[in-house]
Each structure stands twice: as C-alpha cells, then as structure tokens.
Design a binder for this molecule. Structure first.
Ligand SMILES: [Zn+2]
Length: 268
C-alpha cells in the first residue's frame, strides 16, 4: 500500500518536473524558433500560446486564411445568423452545434438564432451519411459522379455564397456522421467547416494551431485561441468588406496588435 503511494508521488514529481521544463523551454523560446516553421514541432497547446503572442505570425495567418483558395476580397456575414440544423443524422447533435454557435456569437458580435426551416436560414447545418456527403462534394465541384475516394479530411463541406462586395448572404455546412465519424470527430469537422463558413476559405500549414489545419483533429474539437483571434479580427468593423489583401493587411494590423496586447497582459 505504502509502496503504491511512493510510486504515485514519484510519477507526480516526474510529471511536474517535465511540465516545468517544457514551460521553461517555451519561455526561453528554445522550442523550434526557426522562422516560418516556428510552430511546426511544438505541442498543440504550446503552439497556440506562442502564436497568440506573435502579431506578425497572426497577421500572416490571417491573410492566408481570409485570402486562401483564390479569394480576392475580404468576406464575412454582416447580418444576424439564422441557423437551421437538419439532415437525416441531426438527432443528438443540436446541443454541440448550438454551443459552438454561441461562441461564434460572442466572437463575431452577431446575433445567432435557430430557425425551423431551411428556407428561413442563412446558415444551414446538415448532418448527413457518407453517400450524401460525397454527392454534395461532387455537385459543389460540378461533377456528376461522386467518385470512389473522398479527398483528404473530406468528412465535411462548407459551401459559402459571397456577394461581389464581400457580404456572405448564406452558407451551407454538411457534416458526415457515419461509421467512425461520430462523437469528437463531428465536433472537429464542425469547427473546421464553421471557420470556412464564417469567411475563411484558406487552410494553413498543418503545423498551425488552428481548427483549419488539416490532419489535426485534436485542435479542431474547439476553436483554438489563435482561431478566436482570427474570427474577432475578421468581424472587427475596422476591416472594410470587399477589400483586397493589401488594404486588409493595413486595417488588420492594429486590430491584431490590440488582441495580442490583451493576451500578453493576461499571461505575463
Ligand atoms: Zn477545409
């Protein structure tokens, strides 16, 4: 009995020492300091903590996300979100979805309300089976045949309809719920596709601490602090809609700097 407790205390001591050593290495900036790939080898939470202190890195990431996938202008919703949750696999997922959307409401300062039909909605969240998702992906690419293999991380889809001025008037998110794609996997896909729907068409390098980084579902079960800064920046009224990357960068810099200052004040 006593020997068991000695073991427990020894493990706790080792665990505590390793944690303190990790923290010291982080503070000393000895973990992976090599420029653009500075987040590559860091553990997820360390990458996130480093990133929210790095205004330059955040600005680069913002540009990659907001102007990724060929987007020429800044886009976002500018009306309250009217959310419809549907699809044959929706049962049991409403609470998770509404919890994520409450966070979206806080970060964007948009009102979010649930509506009972797709016709009233400007944000449709559909939980579907494997075949339905594949067909949706094929039709969004203008292909008649859904093909044999789904593309990487394609257990979700976000189709966003921006107007030429950058205002998003509607978005449809489809999430596969089938087989092993259940539970936390659904949450991961939900946060990834929500970021697309809110106005981020791009994907960052997989090393970045974002729900949009592919092959990192561990990040994606919630918005990271980095993601939250991205959303707050995109929805800050100081960033005019429909502008190009260059104009947006100038407007985004003071916003991101302020958000970083808040993080620094809290963690130092
Ligand atoms: Zn994606």
């Amino acid at each position: 009995m006593i020997r068991n407790w000695v073991h427990v205390l020894a493990w706790l001591a080792i665990f505590g020492a390793t944690t303190l050593l990790g923290r010291w290495l982080f503070e000393q900036d000895l973990i992976d300091p090599d420029g653009a790939f500075r987040y590559r080898h860091a553990r997820p939470w360390i990458a996130d903590r480093k990133m929210v202190r790095d205004a330059d890195g955040l600005l680069q990431l913002f540009e990659a996300l907001a102007f990724g996938d060929g987007a020429q202008t800044l886009r976002r919703f500018d009306k309250p979100l009217r959310v419809f949750i549907g699809g044959p696999r929706a049962a049991g997922h409403e609470t998770t979805i509404m919890r994520a959307l409450e966070r979206v409401a806080t970060l964007t300062e948009l009102d979010v309300a649930r509506v009972q039909s797709a016709a009233e909605a400007n944000l449709e969240m559909l939980l579907v089976d494997h075949g339905q998702l594949r067909r949706a992906i094929a039709s969004s690419r203008g292909e008649a045949d859904p093909g044999r293999d789904p593309p990487l991380f394609a257990s979700g889809l976000a189709r966003v309809s921006p107007l030429p001025g950058g205002r998003i008037f509607g978005a449809v998110i489809a999430i596969e719920v089938e087989g092993s794609y259940v539970g936390r996997h659904v949450e991961a896909v939900l946060h990834h596709e929500l970021l697309h729907a809110l106005g981020f068409p791009g994907h960052p390098h997989p090393s970045f601490p974002s729900a949009l980084a592919q092959k990192r579902p561990r990040f994606a079960v919630r918005f990271t602090e980095t993601d939250e800064i991205m959303i707050r920046t995109l929805y800050d009224p100081r960033l005019p809609l429909g502008r190009d990357a260059r104009t947006t960068r100038d407007a985004a810099w003071p916003v991101i700097s302020e958000l970083v200052a808040v993080k620094l004040a809290r963690t130092d």
